[in-house]
Design a protein around this ligand. Structure first.
Ligand SMILES: Cc1cc2nc3c(=O)[nH]c(=O)nc-3n(C[C@H](O)[C@H](O)[C@H](O)COP(=O)(O)O)c2cc1C
Length: 197
């Protein structure tokens, strides 16, 4: 199983990315492979001019296309998700999220724009044909403390609980969705035996 962690923050120091790092550790400890893709690692011109044929954009399309799941982290910018993330999502093929489970992680300065996940981000994920979008987590800045020196990042206890629950939901959905695939694989293995009967 493979999950793409997509960071939509243009900032070098990103609270959303701290949540993604936490998610990485969580998923890897359960044997799930992860890849981190950050919007800030792309050449801005390739994004703004929608260079569908650039190597980085083709890589992005392939990596997301092959993933089983996606965690999308974004800051709230002006009551919506980040424009940089929108530019990136615009470069993905229309049906790229078919058969994938998606978990949104959104950070904001205050809870005032809590609903940005529902009215701004989820419709775009639906346009990419995401079949299963989990409830997701909205975190306020005050609940995420940057790492200092050797100290790791710290999360408010209640936030940590919600993040853990959402990651558990993600893992459960991935396992559930991989069921039919396992069945198909079993069928493939059974086919030569059937033919020999
Ligand atoms: C340009 C800009 C616009 C922002 N607009 C909002 C906003 O409308 N509502 C809000 O709650 N926070 C807003 N914030 C605060 C960020 O959402 C918040 O600090 C977030 O955690 C940043 O995520 P990051 O550290 O992953 O980049 C804004 C921050 C910036 C820089």
């Amino acid at each position: 199983m493979h999950v793409v962690l997509l960071s939509g923050s243009p900032s070098q120091r990103s609270r959303g990315e701290l949540l993604l790092e936490y998610a990485r550790t969580y998923l890897e400890s359960r044997g799930i492979a992860v890849s981190l893709i950050r919007v800030r690692d792309f050449v801005a011109e390739e994004l703004l001019h929608a260079r569908f044929d650039s190597a980085a954009v083709r890589d992005l399309q392939a990596t997301v296309g092959l993933a089983d799941g996606l965690i999308v982290a974004t800051p709230v910018y002006k009551a919506s998700f980040s424009g940089a993330l929108k530019v990136l999502l615009d470069l993905l093929p229309e049906r790229v999220l078919t058969d994938k489970v998606v978990l949104p992680l959104v950070t904001g300065g205050s809870p005032a724009h809590l609903l940005a996940v529902d009215y701004a981000l989820k419709p775009v994920l639906s346009a990419l044909k995401a079949q299963e979008v989990l409830t997701g987590v909205f975190a306020v800045d005050a609940h995420i403390v940057y790492p200092e020196g050797d100290q790791p990042a710290r999360f408010n206890d209640e936030l940590l609980l919600r993040v853990d629950e959402s990651l558990e939901d993600l893992v459960a959905a991935l396992i559930r969705r991989s069921g039919p695939l396992d069945a198909r694989l079993s069928d493939d293995r059974l086919e030569p035996i059937r033919r020999s009967l």
